[in-house]
Design a protein around this ligand. Structure first.
Ligand code: MF3
Ligand code: CO
Ligand code: CO
Length: 266
């Protein structure tokens, strides 16, 4: 299936969905502390989405081909968990790093974003990994404009991650998004400049690099969802949904609690 271009009314609806997804992260941030379980964070977010926002949590019962339905409303990935962590009994402890990935549906459109959280004080390496991954996402986003190619995004991310001795997860990528959670194109977080699909106004997709402190290899846990690093090294991820505009790029998943772009991607 081809890339679905969005018109201005569709982009406006994605702007709303994107802001709402980001606001779930604003809402949950103060609850991320030692002693809380990932299941409790899920329940708080679920209630906020459904009862306060009137949004639908897209992950709940989401079942792409080859997967069983995802059982929860958000993804929580701790330490060496790369992505798609299933919330449950696990209790957060000081020094943990946590990714919370939120996808909401509002008025037929999806907004998808994630942030990293520190539980107490992180190790120096964990802080660096999280910062560099944030920079990777933004350096990728800065490539987005009409006429640029998908390989420009991947190359910017890969170059920055590897310069710091980190590695890029290959098996998962950013994705087109709109009326469907995952659409074309696939947005790889590695690659070569000036290769791949050319960007045009009306495209909407995510940039969501998963960066490992060690080797890039991953494996899936027996729950059928949670992805971890093979070498048990730490992994970090940040995600925004963006739209390609005539002028360049609009980040759709921003809200009052979003961190501004880092200095190196101004
Ligand atoms: N939000 C994830 C992404 O960024 C996908 C999660 S699928 C789920 O693409 F089923 F695990 F929620
Ligand atoms: Co996504
Ligand atoms: Co996501």
């Amino acid at each position: 299936m081809a890339v679905v271009l969005k018109g201005s009314e569709e982009i406006e609806r994605m702007r709303v969905a994107g802001r709402l997804a980001s606001e779930v992260l604003d809402f949950i941030a103060p609850h991320v502390k030692p002693g809380v379980s990932t299941g409790k964070l899920n329940d708080l977010c679920h209630e906020y989405m459904v009862a306060v926002q009137g949004t639908v949590p897209a992950p709940l019962h989401y079942a792409p081909p080859g997967y069983k339905p995802f059982p929860k409303s958000i993804c929580t990935s701790v330490n060496h968990q790369v992505c798609h962590g299933v919330p449950g009994e696990r209790v957060l402890k000081p020094g943990d790093i946590l990714n919370i990935d939120i996808t909401v549906i509002k008025d037929g459109f999806h907004g998808d974003c994630s942030r990293m959280f520190f539980v107490g004080e992180p190790s120096i390496q964990a802080r660096r990994l999280v910062e560099v991954t944030f920079e990777c996402m933004w350096l990728g986003i800065r490539q987005v404009r009409p006429g640029a190619r998908l390989g420009d995004i991947g190359a910017a991310i890969q170059g920055h991650a590897e310069k710091h001795g980190f590695s890029v997860v290959r098996e998962f990528c950013g994705h087109g998004i709109g009326r469907r959670f995952h659409e074309e194109p696939q947005v790889l977080h590695y690659g070569k400049p000036a290769t791949g699909l050319m960007l045009e106004p009306g495209m909407t997709f995510t940039v969501e690099p998963m960066i490992n402190a060690g080797k890039p290899g991953i494996r899936e846990l027996a729950d059928g969802w949670t992805i971890v690093t093979k070498d048990h090294s730490l992994s970090a991820q940040w995600e925004h949904t963006v739209a390609v505009t005539e002028a360049g790029c609009e980040v759709l998943t921003q809200s009052s609690g979003s961190q501004p772009a880092p200095a190196l991607a101004q």
